[in-house]
Design a protein around this ligand. Structure first.
Ligand code: ATP
Ligand code: MG
Ligand code: MG
Length: 550
C-alpha cells in the first residue's frame, strides 16, 4: 500500500507523539444511533480508525446515546455491522455514552458544589429569550444565584422524577454576556420522564446534553484527539470548560475538520430518515441512498469507500465533492477486481441461418483481460442468440459501427456475423434478425475486409433470465434543498429504472448476492439480495465511463 496521505490532523498527531505529549493516541468514532451510517460518516471512520492504525493507537466506537427517543437497537446493530464491513476494528467492547450516566451525574454535582452549575426553572422558550442574540448579550436567569444546597436538593429531586419534562434544567454557570452564545449558561441536563432508553431502560429520567456528555466521555476513555466537524468549532470553548472544571482523569483535545458534502446527495439523517419513513426509497439500504448499507447493496466495495476517503483528504475548508470522485473510486477497484460477463439488457433475437439447429459450441473467454489468475469461463455458442436492441439500427445514423441491414459485426469472443434479413412486428418494430456467420473468423480477422464493430451477445438456449436495476442520481440538483426548498421536491423521479427479461450468459447462473461483475460494454453490476436462482437480480453499481455532467 502507498504511504498514508498526510493532512493537518496527521501532522498534529505526529508532532504530539514526537514531543512525548502522549505515549499512544486514542481516537473515537461517536455516532448517535438514530439512523444508518452514510458516506459522510465513512470520512470520519476512515480518519479516526485510520489514525489509530497508522500510529499504533486505539479507536473506540462509542455510541453517543443521550437522545433515547430517536435511538434504537436496530441502529446500534447496523452501525457496528457497517464499521466492521468497512474493515475496521475496535477494542474488546463498544462504548456507550450511557455507560457514563452515573459518573456524569457525579461530575454535575461537582459543578454544583463549585457554583458552576444551577437548576433553572425557566421554560425552554424563556431560556431562549434570555439567551440574547449575536449582537445582544443575554440576561441572567432569575434562578442563577440559587445556593449550592438548594441546587443539590433540586437536582436530586429531578433525578428522582419529581418534576415534569421541560419544567427545570441544569445549566452551567458561565457567562450570559459571552460573545460565544454556547457559553451563555448552556443546558447540561434535561428531564425526559417515561422514556425507555435502549441501554439503560427506565433507570434515568434525566439526560445529559451532547455538549456536557461528549468532552467528559472523551476524557473518561483517555481519548487524546477528539475529531469532529467544523460546526463544533464554536463549541470548543465549552468542551474545554467542561474538562477543566471537573475531576477528569485525562484532557482530550478537540480538533475540527470539514464535513463531507457530496453533490446530488444529502447527508442529513433527518432527511434520510424521512425518505425511509415516507417510502420515498425502499429502505436504508436502497442502492440509491448515500448510506453505507445502500452503497454496499449497490455494489461498492469497502476498499473503494476507504480509497475515496483518502482521495478527498482532510482539511478545514468546506466544499462540495463531485459524485464522479466516488464513482471513479469504485470503477477503479472493480476494473481491477471484477470478473467479466456478457449480459444483454434489451434483447433482440438473432437466428444464424447457416448454423445447424442442434449444434452448440463451447467457446472460452478470459474472466479478466488483465488478470490471468482469474482463469477462463466457458461461453456456449448456438444458432439462436440475443443481442442488444441498441446494437442494431435499421436506419443507422452516420458513424454507427454496430449491426445494420446487410452489414457485418464481430460478436465479442466469437465470430463475425452478417445481418441478412429483418423480421418486423405489425407496427414495424424489428423483432428478429436473420443472419449468417463467417466460420473462418473465430479469433482472427475476416479475409479481405475490415469489420469495425464489436458487440456483446448471449446464446439463447443457455441464457439465464435476469432483472437489472439501473440507478441514476437520487436528487436532480447538485445541492438538494438549496435556497430553502423542500429537498423532497428535488428528488429525481427517474432515479430507478428496472429492466426485466434481460439475458445473461450461462456462467452467471450460480451468481450469489454480493458478487460483482463487469458486464462487458455496459458497466459494473452486483447481485442484489433479492436475487433468486430462477430470476437473477442485478444492481448497476456504476457505468463504465464517467457520465456525470454529460
Ligand atoms: P446528523 O446531523 O445528520 O444527525 P451527525 O453528525 O449528528 O449527523 P452522528 O451520528 O452524530 O451524526 O455522527 C457521528 C460522527 O460522524 C461525528 O463525529 C460526526 O462529526 C461525523 N460525521 C457525520 N456526518 C459527517 C460528514 N458529512 N462528514 C464528515 N464527518 C461526519
Ligand atoms: Mg445528529
Ligand atoms: Mg451528532
Amino acid at each position: 500500500p502507498a504511504a498514508p496521505v498526510t493532512h493537518f490532523i496527521r501532522q498534529i498527531v505526529a508532532a504530539d507523539l514526537a514531543a512525548g505529549k502522549h505515549q499512544r493516541i486514542v481516537t473515537r468514532f461517536p455516532p448517535e444511533p438514530n439512523g444508518y451510517l452514510h458516506i459522510g460518516h465513512a470520512k470520519s471512520i476512515v480518519l479516526n480508525f485510520g489514525l489509530a492504525e497508522d500510529f499504533g493507537g486505539q479507536c473506540n466506537l462509542r455510541f453517543d446515546d443521550t437522545n433515547p427517543l430517536k435511538e434504537s437497537p436496530e441502529f446500534v446493530a447496523s452501525i457496528q455491522a457497517d464499521v466492521r464491513w468497512l474493515g475496521f476494528h475496535w477494542g474488546e467492547r463498544v462504548f456507550f455514552a450511557s455507560d457514563y450516566f452515573e459518573q456524569l451525574y457525579a461530575f454535575a454535582l461537582e459543578l454544583i458544589d463549585q457554583r458552576l452549575a444551577y437548576v433553572c426553572d425557566l421554560s425552554a422558550e424563556d431560556t431562549r429569550a434570555y439567551r440574547g442574540t449575536l449582537t445582544e448579550p443575554g440576561r441572567d436567569s432569575p434562578y442563577r444565584e440559587r445556593s449550592v444546597a438548594e441546587n443539590r436538593a433540586l437536582f436530586e429531586r429531578m433525578r428522582a422524577g419529581e418534576f415534569d419534562d421541560g419544567s427545570r434544567t441544569l445549566r452551567a454557570r458561565i457567562d450570559m454576556a459571552s460573545p460565544n452564545i454556547n457559553l451563555r449558561d448552556p443546558v447540561l441536563y434535561r428531564i425526559k420522564r417515561g422514556v425507555i432508553h435502549h441501554q439503560t431502560g427506565n433507570a434515568w429520567c434525566l439526560y445529559p446534553t451532547y455538549d456536557f456528555t461528549h468532552p467528559l466521555s472523551d476524557a473518561l476513555e483517555g481519548v487524546t484527539h477528539s475529531l469532529c466537524t467544523l460546526e463544533f468549532e464554536d463549541h470548543r470553548p465549552l468542551y474545554d470548560w467542561c474538562i477543566e472544571h471537573v475531576s477528569v482523569p485525562t484532557k482530550p483535545r478537540q480538533i475540527e475538520f470539514s464535513r463531507l458534502n457530496l453533490e446530488y446527495a444529502v447527508m442529513s439523517k433527518r432527511i434520510l430518515t424521512r425518505l425511509v419513513e415516507e417510502g420515498l426509497v425502499a429502505g436504508w439500504d436502497d442502492p440509491r441512498m448515500p448510506t453505507i448499507a445502500g452503497l454496499r447493496r449497490r455494489g461498492y466495495t469497502p476498499e473503494s469507500i476507504r480509497d475515496f476517503c483518502q482521495r478527498i483528504g482532510v482539511t478545514k475548508s468546506d466544499n462540495l465533492v463531485e459524485m464522479g470522485m466516488l464513482e471513479s473510486a469504485i470503477r477503479d477497484h472493480l476494473d481491477a477486481s471484477a470478473p467479466r460477463a456478457m449480459v444483454v439488457l434489451r434483447p433482440l433475437k438473432v437466428v444464424l441461418e447457416n448454423w445447424p439447429a442442434e449444434r452448440v459450441e463451447s467457446l472460452e473467454a478470459a474472466r479478466h483481460p488483465k488478470d490471468g489468475s482469474m482463469g477462463t469461463r466457458a461461453i456456449p455458442f448456438g444458432r439462436e442468440l440475443w443481442i442488444d436492441r441498441e446494437d442494431f439500427s435499421e436506419n443507422p445514423p452516420k458513424g454507427f459501427k454496430r449491426l445494420v441491414p446487410g452489414g457485418e459485426v464481430r460478436l465479442r469472443n466469437a465470430y463475425v456475423i452478417r445481418c441478412e434479413e429483418i423480421i418486423h412486428d405489425p407496427d414495424g418494430t424489428p423483432v428478429e434478425l436473420r443472419a449468417s456467420v463467417d466460420l473462418d473468423t473465430l479469433g482472427c480477422n475476416p479475409q479481405g475486409r475490415k469489420v469495425k464493430g464489436v458487440i456483446h451477445w448471449v446464446a439463447a438456449q443457455s441464457a439465464v433470465t435476469a432483472e437489472v436495476r439501473l440507478y441514476d442520481r437520487l436528487f436532480s440538483t447538485p445541492s438538494p434543498g438549496a435556497g430553502g426548498r423542500d429537498m423532497v421536491a428535488d428528488l429525481n423521479p427517474a432515479s430507478l429504472s428496472v429492466l426485466t427479461g434481460c439475458q445473461a450468459e450461462a456462467s452467471l447462473g450460480a451468481a450469489q448476492p454480493g458478487e460483482r461483475f463487469q458486464f462487458e460494454r455496459e458497466g459494473y453490476f452486483a447481485v442484489d439480495d433479492d436475487s433468486q436462482a430462477d430470476c437473477l437480480v442485478f444492481n448497476r453499481t456504476v457505468t463504465l465511463r464517467d457520465t456525470w455532467g454529460k
